[in-house]
Design a protein around this ligand. Structure first.
Ligand code: SF4
Length: 339
């Protein structure tokens, strides 16, 4: 719930306004896991709250820490037995949480583990926000400065919950993150992009493109058969013009599929027309996959071709690959309910 929605509930019950201020602070500034944790709220009021409402409390089932770069992957249990994964990437005194928005994913990109078992269900607002609360208040994690909605699932296919969770991340009484610190990533889900264009949500947008023509993208990202590249790019352009939202293009490099110099030139053209920067992500291995990452030399040549065209192009090195926490590695096998 947004802080003002909690205020309204308290008002409707005839409770003093400072009580809802206390509850909101407990939720977002102190990470309370239950109403009982809210020790400066009278016991009778805590009981009344617990009778009518609940605090989403995802169970930490497993934490893996990368020996290479201290990336942490949380396996979190939902109340119905489903599971999701959340990744926290430390960077000096800052850290970024990569949050999931769905259990599994409907779009089944063959290079990505998240869609292997299809979509089980959307996450609720509370389940999305609690992943960030788990990261923010974990004793071993420093200052949570950035949130990317880029974990399992397509955020814009769960639009209402994603948008509301994002408002809580931005809200000054919520996580109070700046608008440049929250990013929504999409595989090009057109209905969601259209909703975002009509919304006033001041977030950064990342487009997982991964191919520059429809034939290749149809193979790598089946969502493209329904929402082809030209329509997705047009929707992004419309969004950028109306909102001046900066765009980042995510481009996973897969040997022999999308890593030629011709593709680098086409990608440069797309970036120039959208004034977008590019993150190049060498493909991260998942089990029983036919794909491979290009050689270092090929990756650098691809980047150089983009830079030659004046495009800002960065290589995003795998973070947490040794614990299967890198892009495309969040596992569908961890999300199914155990028998
Ligand atoms: S890459 Fe994104 S859209 Fe494709 S299966 Fe993975 S989570 Fe879904």
């Amino acid at each position: 719930m947004l802080p003002e929605e909690i205020d309204a509930l308290f008002r409707a019950r005839g409770l003093a306004s400072y009580r809802s201020v206390q509850v909101v602070e407990w939720l977002f500034q102190h990470g309370a896991r239950s109403f009982d944790d809210m020790t400066n709220v009278p016991k009778s009021l805590r009981s009344e709250c617990a009778e009518h409402y609940s605090v989403t409390d995802l169970k930490i089932l497993k934490v893996q820490v990368s020996q290479a770069d201290r990336t942490r992957k949380f396996l979190l249990g939902l109340s119905d037995g489903a599971m999701v994964e959340t990744v926290v990437l430390p960077e000096g005194k800052r850290s970024t949480a990569c949050i999931s928005t769905q259990v599994g994913c409907a779009f089944g990109c063959p290079f990505c583990a998240s869609g292997k078992d299809g979509l089980a269900r959307n996450l609720s607002v509370g389940e999305i926000v609690d992943q960030a609360r788990r990261a923010r208040f974990h004793p071993d994690i420093g200052n949570l400065t950035n949130i990317v909605l880029m974990g399992m699932g397509e955020p814009l296919a769960n639009y209402e919950a994603t948008a509301k969770a994002t408002r809580i991340f931005l809200h000054e009484r919520g996580f109070a993150l700046g608008k440049r610190r929250v990013t929504i990533s999409t595989a090009g889900y057109l209905p969601g992009l259209e909703k975002l264009a009509e919304d006033d949500l001041p977030v950064r947008l990342a487009l997982s493109l991964h191919a520059t023509d429809n034939a290749t993208r149809n193979r790598l990202m089946p969502i493209n058969k329904k929402y082809p590249i030209e329509r997705v790019l047009e929707a992004c352009n419309h969004l950028l013009l109306s909102r001046r939202t900066p765009l980042t293009i995510e481009y996973m490099l897969i040997e022999g599929h999308n890593d030629s110099l011709g593709e680098a030139r086409r990608l440069a053209g797309i970036c120039q027309s959208l004034r977008a920067k590019v993150n190049l992500i060498p493909w991260n291995p998942i089990s029983s996959s036919r794909f491979r990452s290009p050689s270092e030399e090929r990756i650098l040549r691809f980047q150089a071709e983009l830079r030659k065209a004046g495009v800002l192009a960065f290589i995003r090195r795998s973070r947490g690959a040794d614990i299967d926490a890198a892009c495309g590695q969040l596992r569908a096998s961890s999300t199914t309910k155990k028998a």
